[in-house]
Design a protein around this ligand. Structure first.
Ligand code: LRH
Ligand code: MN
Length: 393
């Protein structure tokens, strides 16, 4: 479908207008690897400054209206005040991420720990996060467990699943009517033998057991090399259990690089399944979130670039000629079908996106607009002293 045909352009632009990408508070803060965290100038010192930076990304892109929080990294005395501040900044508070992976007590696990006292402590933190959702107005409780073992025999794999299921059940039953639980899986790290929620199948099975308010999160950096992620997307969409994405990209492991930077074709294929499943519009209930760490690159431009990468992959996916594709697939025309997809992927959608931004009253080039805005110079000058935010590990 050529971009020149106006009806197609309008249809694509109309769909892109509904796109919503949630940015993560922790991506605005210092981050690194076990080797080094390189502090950067102008980094936020508290959740208010993280929200101010996220608001700049939304002002320049028009499609990043919410910020995900991580507790305790974003703990404040008054979450209602934080939500009010976010509203003043024209953004909303998104998913609440629990953190049961940074306390000494969780060495042998959090909700799966052999010690019932430690399990209680972990569950209480998850319940505290639901209390916070009540005050921030957040819909989603996002749960990632670093729980696992490093050596065969270290603990009983099956018993740990029983402990996990019991904890998830208690938290699930605490959720309010419009609240959801998003369960994230990850193949390994920090555990290197078993991980208690290692793959989509395990997450899906627990979510099925829990009920309709439990959905799976696909973090694009959490799979074994060679995993066909768009298959998982198509499968979970079909059964109504895809709740969210943690978008990033990787060359090797959980590298948390800018989404679309390592494998833009994979991101396109993922967005093709989203479009095919009519799941781009907010009503479909999928939370499109970024989960990235900008260890060496300037953070706000990296997040703007990431939002643009998702927009570009989505625009290309929306350009797929679905009728021609279906006809070729039906006819067993292997090369023909592949060519339909590649035509869309090889389309330069940047002019269309620039036009969309102009339609939205935005600068067609958000990266250049940010560089010209003087915002970095402003925060570099203002944010002197105090403790820069980070992972607090
Ligand atoms: C774990 C993870 C999870 C977050 C953390 C910041 O690797 O992807 O989503 O809690 O990163
Ligand atoms: Mn993640």
């Amino acid at each position: 479908m050529s971009q020149s045909d106006a009806p197609a352009r309008d249809r694509v632009k109309q769909a892109l207008r509904t796109q919503r990408i949630e940015t993560p508070s922790w991506a605005y803060a210092n981050s690194g690897t076990r080797f080094k965290v390189f502090a950067q100038e102008g980094v936020p010192r508290n959740p208010y400054e993280k929200i101010a930076d996220a608001a700049v990304v939304h002002r320049l892109t028009g499609v990043a209206p919410t910020v995900a929080l991580h507790i305790p990294w974003d703990r404040v005395d008054d979450y209602t005040d934080l939500a009010r501040y976010a509203a003043d900044q024209r953004v909303g508070l998104g998913a609440i991420n629990a953190n049961v992976f940074q306390d000494n007590d969780y060495k042998l696990g959090s909700v799966t720990n052999p010690d019932p006292g430690v399990r209680r402590k972990a569950i209480d933190h998850l319940l505290e996060c639901v209390d916070i959702m009540d005050r921030t107005g957040s819909r989603d409780l996002k749960l990632w467990f670093s729980d696992g073992t490093n050596y065969p025999g270290q603990d009983d794999i099956r018993t740990r699943q029983d402990r996990l299921a019991a904890a998830l059940r208690e938290v699930y039953d605490r959720l309010g009517e419009s609240q959801r639980m998003l369960l994230e899986y990850k193949l390994f790290e920090p555990a290197f033998y078993t991980t208690d929620v290692p793959d989509w199948g395990t997450a899906y099975a627990h979510c099925l057991e829990l009920g309709p308010k439990a959905q799976v999160v696909i973090d694009t950096g959490h799979h074994a090399p060679g995993t066909n992620i768009e298959f998982i997307v198509a499968f979970l969409l079909r059964v109504g259990k895809l709740g969210a994405f943690d978008f990033n990209s990787r060359f090797y492991a959980d590298d948390d690089l800018m989404v679309g930077s390592a494998d833009p074709f994979q991101l396109f294929r993922i967005m093709c399944e989203i479009v095919r499943g009519d799941a781009l519009r907010p009503e479909a209930g999928i939370a499109f979130m970024l989960d990235q760490c900008h260890n060496i690159e300037p953070k706000i431009p990296a997040i703007i670039r990431s939002v643009l990468n998702v927009q570009e992959a989505t625009a290309k996916a929306l350009l797929v000629d679905a009728e021609a594709l279906a006809a070729a697939q039906q006819a067993g025309d292997v090369l023909g079908a592949n060519a339909v997809l590649m035509d869309a992927y090889n389309s330069d959608v940047r002019p269309l996106l620039a036009e969309l931004r102009a339609d939205l009253g935005l600068d067609p080039d958000p990266m250049a607009a940010y560089a010209r805005s003087g915002y970095f110079e402003k925060i570099r000058a203002e944010r002197v002293g105090g403790q820069q935010a980070g992972w607090g590990a």
